[in-house]
Design a protein around this ligand. Structure first.
Ligand code: NAG
Ligand code: NAG
Ligand code: NAG
Ligand code: NAG
Ligand code: NAG
Length: 495
């Protein structure tokens, strides 16, 4: 289903002394050692070494002069490989040594742990501890990623020994030239998406933010599709994700998610080298609001198509939806809360009131419901991740139990951010001041465990005034949109 691009991409001169990455690492010494053993005292070998070295130096010199877009290390290496097999213009006695040099190149490939414990304290800061020796692309406003093979990988591809699902520091990665893969490595053809998540693929918003950049890459690269996915959480392999996320990704990429399971059985780690790999470890970081909105637009549009929901609203209603939770952070008196919002909705012409529990809606039911919602009223919680599935410019009203402002950290603002990133209007939040008593000072960490699972009360005066204001704004907006006339029908990107 994908067009596999040839690995013959621009890359620069090979660095035979350090066939691994550009950065010095402790293991580079091992590489040098193996190289010095190459100069064996035996004379015939020595002579052959000279001829091989001259051969290499000659090629390097040819390669050093031109611009990066001209002949590259790969063609050189392929050339070399050809010589190993056809053996035409090099003295035949040197063939075994060329071969042994190829072997040395294979053996000198250095595997590093996927999870670098040296960065354990700064895992979220720039230099992430996942594949810490490699850097991401940096293009203003664009998604950050790593791609292999590429110019920055010097044409090398990504190899992974990484089936461990308990400890990321037992999983490894390395870069290798396609012609000189590590011993016993399996070449995996096609395009592989490798995701690293600091949080969890089973949490819908954490999972979404880690897969989000792949959608951005897909848009940026003529809708190129993956053949498979590899998921790492803390560097540990994961073989599944929340069904909600799975469904939205299937909708977006137009097919089943092929998630690598690494079920090779044995305790020994097998090595897999990926013909083409795209690695994401910065979520949506670095992307401009415009780019983010395009990505949300695509997921929304594709999800609506897959679920058979209307891509463009035609009903003219103002949808006011209460999306409820059960358990922690649910409303303490739902009847009272429902009554307030229902009554305000009744006062506005064409207002359509709905109450739903995210826990008993299928994913497509959620997609359809959001498509009919202009104002989403919901407590703080993962179900709010659905907000981007509303039409652009729709409104969000969020509710918190007591104690969250001081103690819950920046994570409490995520739905405000998602609203902004996806082009929605965050209408503010209401924070309950009533709730369980905490015996410690208000900003004591211990209070969070008391407040965390609190439930949410209501202030009918405040709720009524607030809802009425938001309803009026939405009514005006819809009126203006309608007066502009013709609805331009949406065409999903990448279809
Ligand atoms: C490669 O595989 C063979 C056969 O499975 C095994 O005997 C050998 O030890 C392996 N070599 C390496 C370097 O893993
Ligand atoms: C919930 O609110 C309703 C309506 O205001 C009220 O009649 C009912 O007594 C309340 N229930 C509880 C358990 O407080
Ligand atoms: C949805 O879930 C809530 C709470 O879990 C339950 O009270 C309600 O009956 C359910 N609604 C439907 C339509 O199944
Ligand atoms: C959303 O609102 C902005 C600002 O009012 C407007 O420019 C834009 O066209 C609206 N977008 C959609 C999709 O209605
Ligand atoms: C409820 O909201 C109103 C309007 O904002 C405010 O005046 C009042 O003090 C609030 N009541 C409580 C108990 O917080």
């Amino acid at each position: 289903m994908t067009a596999v691009s040839s690995p013959h991409q621009n890359s620069t001169t090979p660095n035979l002394e350090m066939p691994y990455h550009h950065k010095q690492s402790p293991r580079a010494t091992a590489v040098v050692t193996s190289r010095s053993s190459f100069f064996s005292p035996k004379l015939s070998v020595y002579l052959c070494s000279i001829c091989v070295t001259l051969f290499v130096v000659f090629h390097i010199q040819i390669l050093q002069t031109p611009l990066p877009s001209s002949p590259n290390s790969l063609s050189f290496l392929h050339n070399w490989q050809e010589k190993l097999t056809t053996n035409d213009d090099s003295p035949s006695s040197c063939a075994p040594d060329l071969e042994s040099m190829g072997d040395k190149l294979r053996e000198s490939i250095t595997f590093l742990p996927l999870k670098d414990l040296r960065f354990a304290n700064a895992a979220l800061v720039g230099h992430t501890w996942f594949m810490s020796s490699l850097y991401d692309t940096h293009e203003e406003g664009e998604v950050q990623y790593q791609q292999f093979p590429s110019k920055s990988s010097d044409g090398r591809i990504l190899c992974i020994k990484g089936h461990d699902n308990h400890d990321g520091s037992w999983n490894y990665y390395a870069l290798a030239y396609p012609g000189f893969l590590p011993k016993n490595a399996t070449l995996v053809t096609g395009r592989t998406f490798v995701s690293y998540n600091h949080y969890d693929f089973s949490n819908i918003w954490h999972g979404l933010s880690s897969l989000f950049p792949f959608v951005a890459w897909h848009l940026k690269n003529q809708c190129a599709l993956p053949n498979r996915w590899i998921l790492y959480h803390w560097g540990e392999v994961r073989t599944g994700m929340s069904p909600w996320l799975n469904t939205l990704m299937e909708a977006t990429f137009g097919g089943a998610m092929n998630i690598e399971k690494f079920d090779d059985g044995g305790h020994e780690q097998s090595t897999f080298c990926y013909e083409e790999a795209v690695v994401m470890r910065h979520n949506e970081g670095g992307m401009s609001r415009e780019r983010r909105m395009e990505v949300y637009d695509l997921i929304r549009c594709k999800a609506r198509m897959m679920c058979g929901a209307e891509v463009d609203r035609t009903d003219g209603d103002i949808g006011l939806t209460l999306l409820m939770r059960t358990g922690p952070r649910s409303f303490r008196n739902e009847t009272a809360v429902v009554e307030i919002f229902e009554r305000e909705c009744e006062k506005v012409e064409n207002c359509r009131f709905r109450v739903a529990y995210s826990s008993n809606l299928t994913i497509c039911e959620q997609v359809k419901l959001m498509g009919l919602t202009d104002i989403l009223v919901s407590p703080h919680g993962a179900q709010l991740t659905n907000i981007f599935l509303m039409d652009r410019n729709s409104s969000v009203m969020e509710f918190y139990p007591k104690g969250w402002l001081k103690l819950a950290g920046v994570g409490q603002f995520v739905y405000k951010w998602i609203a902004s990133w996806s082009g929605m209007k965050y209408e503010g939040s209401w924070r309950d001041t009533d709730g369980k008593h905490c015996p410690y000072p208000d900003d004591d960490r211990r209070c969070m465990s008391i407040y965390k699972n609190g439930r949410i009360g209501y202030n009918s005066t405040y709720f009524r005034e607030w809802t009425s204001k938001v309803l009026n704004e939405v009514k005006m907006r819809k009126f203006e949109e309608a007066s502009k006339g013709s609805i331009i029908t949406t065409k999903c990107g990448c279809s």
